[in-house]
Design a protein around this ligand. Structure first.
Ligand code: NAI
Length: 465
């Protein structure tokens, strides 16, 4: 029986990052993972493969729509879907083997298999039981099911995100259920590949909870790219034949049930925590009302020695939120103070243009009765964005306290928004004002000038608007 200071269950971004930090802090660490490769959902079937497909199909879009106007003429591109999938797998492989290298480098044991926790301090994998002073559950999430809709990724007709990145062929007609992050990213991929994509969404806006200006602009931009939207419609069920599907939905405003024909249906209606087989019931681990593992401010469950981080606990289901919790819980276990600022966790949608947000929305602050000032700058006044055909409808928006000018939130829809948002994250972490950003020299010509201009818009006004 092997003995550890800490055993981490699950090698996604939360678990493997936590393992590395534990090892760096001098703890004897093991990680349990049942998949063939490390990296969890994010690296194997989520964030990383979808980004490869988004990149490849963005290139295709550029070739089809913008090359000629830039003087790039000649042979038109055609899609070799199998080759695109093999490029995607290659990107995944480089990253998962990178994580394996990091485990070895940090002398972390990879216990292969699926874990059960027979008692606090014990982790069973197959026939072997391992002992640890502390256990961190980082077992992630799985797609949530939708009543009346049966997902079968092998058949490839009604699929979740895992099936959608590996379809046998590009469908002629695709229906996406849910205009959230997964639906819009993967919907974009297939629209660019030539599929007729229709997104059915229950709410009246895309990406519920996001800044309302961004929601409106984002939807318009995606419509221009060919995605169709049916808003305010609740999907009731999907009927399938051998090769086709019928999606039944009920308009919220009333009326008869409607039906949409599709070759492939992508179900993207959210994810739920995954802890099956761990034996939490028997251990008496307390869950929240929403079925997440309940933890305190130090990520400890009610059972001494058992901690949880990432998608299995409360909060946004984001890889980077899990990573931060992974590092923080390692600090706790090493006897230090662990901290995550949940008020400054960026969210990014990797479409073109990208969408990125951080902090509070204008609507939420106003609902709280806070006096705010909003600075907004359109990328139409940004030379770089125009050069890459991504200025239209794009903007940066900063929300500040009306009295103190302190940055409370931000939203960007535009080129490289997912990278630019971090200037605002740092500003928020340091309690900066919009003026602090406005007085900081920004290189010209860069996209980030739009952020500075939005900050200037909170004060005496932007220059290029
Ligand atoms: P989501 O929660 O972002 O969106 C689901 C959407 O489905 C919502 O807009 C909801 O109103 C709609 N919906 C639910 N039931 C419906 C019904 N019966 N009919 C019509 N519409 C319905 O969930 P999504 O996109 O599946 O993503 C899951 C998780 O993965 C999220 O937490 C997301 O943040 C995370 N993720 C993050 C990514 C990123 O950061 N770029 C990429 C992919 C996923």
């Amino acid at each position: 029986m092997s003995q550890y200071d800490v055993i981490i269950i699950g090698a996604g971004p939360g678990g493997y990052v936590s393992a590395i930090r534990c090892a760096q802090l001098g703890l004897k660490t093991a990680i349990v993972e049942g998949r063939e490769t490390l990296g969890g959902t994010c690296l194997n079937v989520g964030c990383i493969p979808s980004k490869a497909l988004l990149h490849a199909t963005h290139m295709l879009h550029e070739a089809e729509h913008n090359f000629a106007s830039m003087g790039l003429k000649g042979k038109t591109q055609s899609v070799d879907w199998d080759q695109m999938k093999s490029y995607r797998s290659d990107v995944v492989g480089q990253n998962t083997s990178g994580v394996e290298f990091l485990m070895k480098k940090n002398k972390i044991d990879w216990i292969k298999g699926w874990a059960t926790i027979p008692a606090a301090g014990k982790v069973q994998v197959g026939d072997e039981t391992h002992e640890a002073k502390n256990i961190v559950i980082a077992s992630g999430s799985v797609p949530a099911s939708l009543p009346g809709v049966e997902v079968d990724n092998d058949k490839g007709i009604v699929v979740d995100s895992t099936g959608a990145i590996d379809l046998p062929k590009v469908p002629k007609k695709m229906t996406v259920i849910g205009a959230g992050v997964i639906g819009l990213e993967l919907g974009s991929v297939y629209a660019r590949l030539g599929s007729e994509v229709t997104v059915v969404e229950y709410m009246d806006a895309v990406c519920p909870g996001m800044d309302a200006d961004v929601q409106r602009s984002f939807k318009r931009i995606l419509e221009k790219q060919g995605l169709k939207f049916i808003m305010g419609a609740a999907v009731q069920g999907v009927d399938t034949t051998k090769t086709k599907a019928k999606v039944k939905y009920q308009p919220k405003k009333g009326g008869d049930e409607e039906v949409l024909d599709a070759d492939v249906v992508l179900v993207a209606t959210g994810r739920k925590p995954f802890y099956e087989g761990l034996g939490l019931d028997k251990l008496g681990v307390t869950l929240t009302e929403r079925g997440q593992i309940a933890v305190n401010g130090s990520w400890a469950t009610n059972v001494p020695g058992i901690y949880a981080i990432g998608d299995v606990i409360e909060g946004p289901m984001l890889a980077h939120k899990a990573e931060d919790e992974g590092m923080a819980v390692a600090d706790v276990l090493a006897g230090n103070h662990g901290h995550v600022n949940y008020g400054v966790i960026p969210g990014v949608v990797y479409t073109t243009p990208e969408v990125a947000t951080v902090g509070a929305t204008e609507a939420a602050l106003k609902a709280e009765g806070r006096k705010v000032k909003v600075g907004k700058f359109m990328f139409l006044g940004n030379a770089r964005a125009k050069a890459v055909h991504q200025a239209e409808g794009a903007f940066a928006k900063i929300i500040v306290d009306a009295e103190t000018d302190r940055v409370l939130g931000a939203a960007i829809i535009g080129p490289a928004a997912g990278d630019m948002i971090h200037e605002l994250c740092v500003a928020m972490e340091f309690g900066a004002s919009a003026q602090d950003i406005a007085l900081t020299c920004h290189a010209h010509p860069t996209y980030s000038e739009a952020v500075r201009e939005a900050a200037l818009a909170c004060g005496d006004g932007p220059i290029h608007a």
